[in-house]
Design a protein around this ligand. Structure first.
Ligand code: PHE
Length: 447
């Protein structure tokens, strides 16, 4: 077994974690989850879910990762509870599963960079999406996206992941701010801000139960929780960092990027007269492409290339954290070199993603299984472990490097023991219901 790597700096960790968090979840999923769940009402529930459920759960992952200095599967054994290994295995499986279709969407993004440059989608954005989303081309670009991901992970923790994300994260923020400023200048964009930012309290109370599971699932997905990614990244972390402090920075930056993406998407949609609740996995692509296509050339082409290139960076810095989860398990346990491991696992993930590359509805199924089942289940198990099985060790680890008082630590522990698991359990049950509805096993919602 080779010597374990660490981040070269605290900033390296924060940026890598932000790079993991900021991805297709913020820029592709978030605006459209918001749109399909009623606009600003969703935003309110989502922000609450991030604060009340996502942030404490992230600290739980950090605690396990840093104390164990192991990948998520071995972490439990290292902490003296080998019988909880299955929880880590579920998390690692979730990472494997999600990356398989995440990479297909990453392939679409690559396609749109070229589509913007050549103006291929300008006349007919919906038809273009329909034509490129599935089939041999989508498969080829899925392979390209996986190859890029494998390349970065193979290069290792500080040369690969840390260096790449130091470049990616600041560029994403700068580019989104620029696009947001541009969106504000579009005629007709005004109602987009109202739709996005002014919650209708009536809709909020009526639809709360249907909004809740999506908001919580979105919080997990976007904060990279439930896949062992944060356990893995924290395992490369020094003892003198404040976990809560880093957590706040990561959550705040990730939320900022999501909000910025909304500030690009909604004004643009209203400006070009698209009804935001028009949903579907291709909606983000069709709408943005529609917007760029309406601009005079070459402005549309340039902005399109810039936008989709940004999205590619964001997607890659997330994908590497997913591949790192499984890679770290094999690298920690066997004598194979990191590059060999990354290539072998990348190939497996590529194969798992083949159905998604051949049908958008298959991809929708993979996504729904992740959101509604795997993510909440995996987070729930981790919380039960940290809160009830490993509480003393967890508190001790949270104290390390922290300047917050004991009140915070104790408060956190009780919060993740009781409040968060109940919230996640409700989410899981509602999620299972929605899977059953989707499969046609249930005809009507129970709540
Ligand atoms: N958080 C990433 C996003 O929002 C997705 C992701 C999930 C990345 C899990 C890593 C781990 O796109």
């Amino acid at each position: 077994m080779s010597e374990r790597e660490t981040w070269t700096s605290r900033l390296g960790f924060i940026l890598a974690a932000v790079g993991s968090a900021v991805g297709l979840g913020n820029i592709w999923q978030f605006p459209f989850q918001t749109a399909t769940n009623g606009g600003a009402a969703f935003l309110v529930v989502y922000l609450l879910a991030v604060l009340a459920i996502g942030f404490p759960a992230m600290l739980a992952e950090f605690v396990v990762g840093r104390r164990a200095e192991r990948n998520p599967i071995d972490a439990f054994g290292r902490l003296g509870h080998g019988n909880w290994k299955f929880a880590g295995a579920i998390a690692a499986f979730t990472a494997f599963w999600i990356l398989s279709f995440y990479s297909v969407v990453g392939g679409w993004v690559i396609r749109y960079i070229f589509g913007s440059a050549t103006g291929a989608y300008f006349g007919a954005p919906s038809e273009y999406f329909g034509a490129i989303a599935a089939g041999p081309d989508a498969l080829a670009l899925h392979a390209v996206f996986m190859a890029l991901t494998v390349g970065i992970v193979a290069a290792g923790v500080d040369d690969g992941i840390e260096r790449a994300t130091k470049l990616m994260v600041p560029s994403i923020i700068v580019l989104l701010v620029g696009l947001g400023a541009w969106a504000a200048t579009l005629p007709g964009s005004g109602p987009g801000y109202a739709y996005y930012l002014a919650p209708d309290l009536g809709a909020l109370t009526t639809n709360f139960w249907s909004i809740l599971p999506n908001a919580v699932g979105q919080a997990f997905f976007t904060l990279s929780l439930g896949m062992g990614a944060m356990i893995t990244y924290a395992s490369y972390l020094g003892e003198d960092d404040s976990l809560a402090g880093d957590g706040v920075t990561i959550v705040a930056l990730n939320t900022l990027v999501g909000l910025l993406a909304g500030l690009v998407a909604f004004p643009v949609l209203f400006a070009i007269g698209i009804e935001p609740s028009q949903s579907g996995l291709g909606a983000a692509f069709e709408m943005l492409a529609g917007a760029f296509g309406q601009l005079p050339s070459p402005t549309g082409a340039i902005l399109g290339v810039v936008f989709f290139f940004t999205l590619l960076l964001a997607a890659l810095s997330s994908a590497i954290s997913l591949l790192e989860v499984v890679t770290s398990y094999v690298v920690d346990n066997y004598d194979y070199g990191r590059p060999t491991v990354a290539v072998a696992l990348g190939t497996g993930i590529f194969l798992l993603g083949v159905p998604s590359a051949f049908g958008v509805s298959n991809l929708g199924w993979y996504n729904a299984i992740a959101y509604n089942l795997l993510l909440p289940l995996s987070v729930l198990l981790l919380l039960l472990f940290v809160g009830w099985v490993y509480a003393d060790g967890a508190i001790g680890e949270l104290r390390q490097g922290s300047t917050l008082g004991e009140g915070f630590n104790r408060g956190w522990l009780w919060w993740i023991r009781v409040v968060v698991p109940v919230g996640v359990l409700v989410t899981l049950l509602l999620g299972l219901q929605s899977l059953a509805l989707r499969a046609g096993v249930l005809a009507n919602p129970v709540v």
